[in-house]
Ligand binder design. Structure first.
Ligand code: ATP
Ligand code: VIB
Length: 257
């Protein structure tokens, strides 16, 4: 079984040269409070998309995250490449502003069966011609906090696209899938993440999960909702390994400074 490496180097101003694997990043901004480190994610990304009302967040909140700079300069500089969704949340002034700067607008108002985040991921997967897809990682800003149905929809997207690397981010947490098809090695960048973490089966229960590097390691352990799921766990070093017969969610806290 192949080994998959994970790292949160994208939370550092400069991604370390030894960072493995070397990834190409795309950023999706959702309609939820933007994490304070969004300008950093923006810098690392080669493609930036707003999911519908996510464009309002970029317009309203980027100037607040960079208060020492002029708001209208910030708005012109942080121009999304694409705004995609059912367009029921983006404000007209915001839509017209980014349209006038040349942002591509994709109106999918006919599709009321998939979320705007789902629509953005489909776009990156199927259309973004300039991106190297072989080592692509999609960072999703504003995925947690707020409405619980949205949060669950965002988690479901990890399952819809389980073979893609997708990281859900808020100010406090980072979440991604550990597909059962791989063994996993998670590099803990202790200056930016930890120590609180969790391993949670998603979709189906896990009959057997095994980890190293946690205060409460799993050892051929069964996990299911209604039984044990590993929350409030703690990372003990700079490396965590995980193997499971089911897809698991990995979550780790993001440090404030
Ligand atoms: N409170 C929230 N918490 C987490 N994610 C959110 C939240 N609000 C929106 N999102 C994410 O941002 C995307 C765009 O949000 P937007 O408000 O434009 O969606 P929407 O289609 O209008 O949602 P709805 O019609 O259900 O209110 C959503 O698809 C969702 O992924
Ligand atoms: C069973 C079922 N539940 C909810 C929706 C509604 N819905 C799901 S995604 C979406 C688009 C949001 O931008 C909407 C309206 C549906 N279609 N089918």
């Amino acid at each position: 079984m192949e080994l998959m490496h994970h790292s949160s180097g994208f939370l550092l101003p400069t991604i370390p040269p030894h960072h493995r694997p070397s990834l190409t990043y795309a950023l999706i901004l959702l309609n939820q409070n933007l994490p304070r480190f969004t300008p950093l994610l923006w810098k690392h990304a080669q493609l930036r998309l707003c999911a519908d009302g996510g464009a309002n967040r970029v317009y309203d909140e980027m100037p607040l995250l960079l208060p020492q700079e002029d708001a209208s300069d910030i708005r012109r500089r942080y121009k999304p490449d694409v705004i995609k969704g059912d367009m029921d949340s983006i404000r007209t002034e915001v839509l017209n502003f980014y349209k006038s700067l040349g942002t591509e607008i994709i109106d999918n108002s006919h599709d009321q069966d998939t979320t705007d985040l789902h629509k953005c991921i489909t776009y990156i997967r199927d259309f973004a011609p300039q991106l190297d897809k072989s080592n692509l990682c999609i960072l999703v800003a504003g995925a947690l906090g707020g409405r619980f149905d949205h949060e669950m929809g965002n988690l479901n997207v990890l399952c819809n696209f389980s073979s893609m690397r997708i990281v859900l981010l808020s100010d406090d947490s980072l979440i991604h899938l550990l597909p059962r098809t791989h063994r996993h090695e998670i590099h803990i960048q202790s200056s930016t993440v930890g120590p609180h973490c969790g391993l949670i089966p998603i979709g189906v229960p896990s009959r057997s999960s095994t980890s190293t590097g946690l205060q409460w390691d799993l050892n051929d352990t069964e996990m299911r909702f209604g039984g044990l799921v590993s929350t409030s766990n703690i990372v003990t070093g700079d490396k965590v390994t995980v193997q499971s017969d089911s897809d698991l969610l990995w979550t780790i806290s993001i440090k404030k400074l």
